[in-house]
Design a protein around this ligand. Structure first.
Ligand code: AMP
Length: 505
């Protein structure tokens, strides 16, 4: 099926063998859509796109709530040879204007409730067609319903683009990462094997599908394995807990696990499960340990990014080491480098660089940015700082841009955060550097206290005496109710640096 289309041929291989296999399960554990059905829906989407004039290589942008129709749109775009471009639903009109202006899609699909607001934005960007997609309505659904399955997949080669995903822009303006058919196919095949997904698996799919984690990792693995999923519009701890008795795997961001730990009956509910995967942001060792105590399962932490898909993973069999992101995946090379790209001696902290078929093809219409980050010899400078321990486990110590240089000394935020988090009365913390007239940057710990804890600078400072070198100790503790996080659970350090910029001046 679809043999001329590199990615679709691979993603649909399981559906070809067992089209009747369940893809989507409802609350009664009944199959509501089979693998064959989902591809039929995708074929009708592809026919819709072609009727609207979408040609191979055209971008198809969508900003809509999570739905099966949106998944069909993704697969339909692949079948039509188009480039799928999902946008975070949180983006406001001004941000959408930037993405549409940059990517120049032929078609933009938006939430029906935002049509009036976004129409002028789409018009200004020269978008040819604006359609809508809601939970069970919208002009795209109407158009899809009037098409019949049987679309002949457009031929696409391994290097052709399948998607553009804009980076979350936590350190600057969003860039469009161009992802080829090969990059997506190779990474999902690797992960399916590494995490041992089979047709018997039932995945709890509670991640958003505008991001690499939910769109590619979760969805592509389910398709490839011929597995099924419980598809949730949004993460809700109670719903996820209730689904566990009929599921085998969960993919989540650390916040999922933190929230689930507050639910009663977690240990019992998790009995049926075989795998809990976490990524997109660091999972605290404490969360890992507590999860293990409550459920008996060791959360499997992996590390990836929009530009690279997944790079490393803790092992499926063997020790899943808390606070680490495991080993480079098969087919992925990883090294710890200095700024020039030379490999550092074992055990040192440096910039992580990666290479493999999983990598993006460059930033959309930003050749200079691409050249800055993607070396000619194929190594990508991730911007993450890390180290490899003597057993080969990769540790991430933070984003390069989050590194603090205080009084000429490097301070790695994660080390300070771990020390602060271990103090009594602290729930969690984020450590940042802000301008300081004497030291260049001063270390600041933004702390979320435990309920009822005493918010005292002096006691926290005293607790760190002897724990950390003086230059690493925060010069100021700021107390907040919660840390600012984006929808993938990433702490927004840039935002905090801006907020506390004047603390020492
Ligand atoms: P994104 O492109 O939005 O997926 O963000 C990618 C970034 O998230 C990476 O460059 C890392 O800084 C961070 N990240 C992803 N997974 C992990 C992890 N398991 N531990 C720590 N940081 C992570």
């Amino acid at each position: 099926m679809y043999e001329m289309n590199y990615l679709a041929a691979r993603l649909a291989a399981a559906a070809e063998v067992r089209p009747e296999a369940p893809f989507l399960l409802n609350a009664e554990n009944k199959a509501t859509l089979s693998h064959g059905d989902i591809w039929k829906g995708a074929e009708r989407m592809a026919a819709t796109l072609v009727r609207l004039g979408v040609r191979p290589g055209d971008r198809v942008a969508v900003q809509a709530d999570k739905s099966i129709a949106m998944l069909e749109l993704y697969l339909g775009a692949v079948l039509a040879g188009a480039v799928f471009l999902p946008l975070n639903t949180a983006y406001v009109a001004g941000e959408v204007a930037y993405f549409l202006g940059d990517a120049r899609p032929h078609l933009f699909v938006c939430d029906p409730a935002r049509l009036d607001e976004l129409k002028p934005v789409a018009d200004a960007a020269g978008v040819a067609h604006l359609l809508t997609l809601g939970a069970d309505s919208g002009t795209l659904r109407d158009a899809q319903a009037s098409e019949i399955p049987g679309f002949h997949a457009v031929a696409r080669l391994a290097d052709d683009l399948a998607a553009i995903l804009y980076t979350s822009g936590t350190t600057g303006r969003s860039k469009g990462a161009m992802l080829s058919h090969r990059a997506l196919a190779s990474n999902s095949e690797t992960l399916r094997h590494y995490w041992q997904f089979t047709a018997q698996d039932v995945l709890i799919h509670a991640l958003p599908i505008y991001h690499t984690h939910g769109l590619f990792v979760a969805t592509n693995i389910t398709l490839l394995a011929g597995a099924s999923c419980v598809f949730m519009r949004k993460f809700n701890a109670k719903d996820v807990l209730a689904a566990m008795s009929r599921a085998t795997a969960l993919m989540g961001v650390p916040t999922f696990y933190v929230r689930l730990l507050h639910e009663e009956g977690l240990g019992e509910a998790a009995k049926n499960m075989r795998l809990f995967v976490s990524g997109s942001a660091p999972l605290l060792t404490e969360t890992h340990d507590e999860w293990r105590k409550t459920t008996g399962h060791a959360i499997l932490e992996r590390y990836g990014m929009t530009e690279t898909n997944m790079n490393t993973s803790n092992p499926y069999e063997g020790e899943r080491r808390p606070g680490t992101v495991g080993f480079p995946l098969p087919g992925v090379e990883l090294k710890v480098c200095d700024q020039a790209g030379d490999t550092l001696p074992d055990g040192e902290i440096g910039v992580l660089e990666v290479r493999g078929a999983n990598l993006f093809s460059g930033y959309w219409q930003m050749p200079e940015k691409t050249a800055e980050e993607l070396r000619e010899n194929g190594w990508f400078i991730t911007g993450d700082l890390g180290t490899i321990d003597p057993d080969g486990y990769v540790h991430i110590v933070g984003r390069g841009k989050d590194l603090i240089i205080s009084g000429g000394f490097n301070v790695y935020p994660k080390e300070v955060e771990e020390a602060v988090d271990a103090l009594p009365g602290v729930l969690e913390s984020a450590v940042i550097g802000v301008p300081h007239s004497d030291f260049g940057e001063g270390v600041v710990a933004v702390v979320v206290p435990l309920p009822g804890a005493d918010e005292s600078q002096a006691s926290l400072a005293a607790g760190l005496e002897g724990q950390l070198a003086k230059f690493k100790q925060p010069k100021r503790f700021v107390f907040v109710k919660e840390l600012p996080r984006n929808s993938m659970g990433k702490v927004q350090k840039k935002q905090m640096r801006e907020e506390y910029v004047g603390l020492f001046t």
